[in-house]
Design a binder for this molecule. Structure first.
Ligand code: AMP
Ligand code: ZN
Length: 142
């Protein structure tokens, strides 16, 4: 597996940094965003290090989107938001702050503005509760 020793998401893949995992298979990992922009914000990454969508094959991108599709459904069932936003940023000028490819799954709630991007740590107990809810929803649909 191709890992970048200085990459926080590679550290999460290796188990060298903590994360609240909602999903794992041989290629992809889904976990709670530590600075959520809304309740239930999940990130989906390939395990193999790649900075941008342009650095993976079409097949790898397709696998990542398949998993994102499944997890977005579980987030929707668990969190019952009014809408769900998917985002994927390539390059600092596009707003990317962690240079390991990822999709954001961001539930949207009517009348609620998004918290600023990567700005405020979420409450650990709340993140754990949302993680469990999403895992349970994934289990129900699997
Ligand atoms: P982006 O700006 O698209 O690169 O998004 C990076 C995301 O990673 C932000 O939403 C951060 O809150 C999130 N993030 C950064 N470090 C961690 C971490 N250790 N665990 C979980 N999420 C993280
Ligand atoms: Zn990485």
């Amino acid at each position: 597996m191709n890992h970048d020793p200085n990459c926080i998401f590679c550290m999460i893949v290796r188990g060298d940094a903590p994360s609240l995992k909602v999903y794992e298979d041989e290629d992809c990992l889904g976990f709670m965003d530590i600075m959520p922009q809304s309740e239930g914000h999940v990130l989906v990454i390939p395990k193999r290090h790649a900075a941008q969508i342009f650095d993976v094959s079409a097949d790898e991108a397709a696998k990542l989107i398949r998993v994102t599709h499944e997890l977005a459904g579980a987030v929707r069932n668990a969190m019952q938001p009014d809408g769900v936003m998917l985002a994927q940023l390539n390059g600092a000028d596009a707003g990317q702050t962690v240079f390991h490819l990822h999709f954001h799954i961001v539930p949207r709630y009517a009348g609620q503005k998004l918290a600023l991007h990567a700005s405020k740590m979420g409450d650990t107990e709340t993140l754990k509760t949302h993680c469990e809810k999403i895992r349970a929803a994934l289990h129900d649909t699997a």
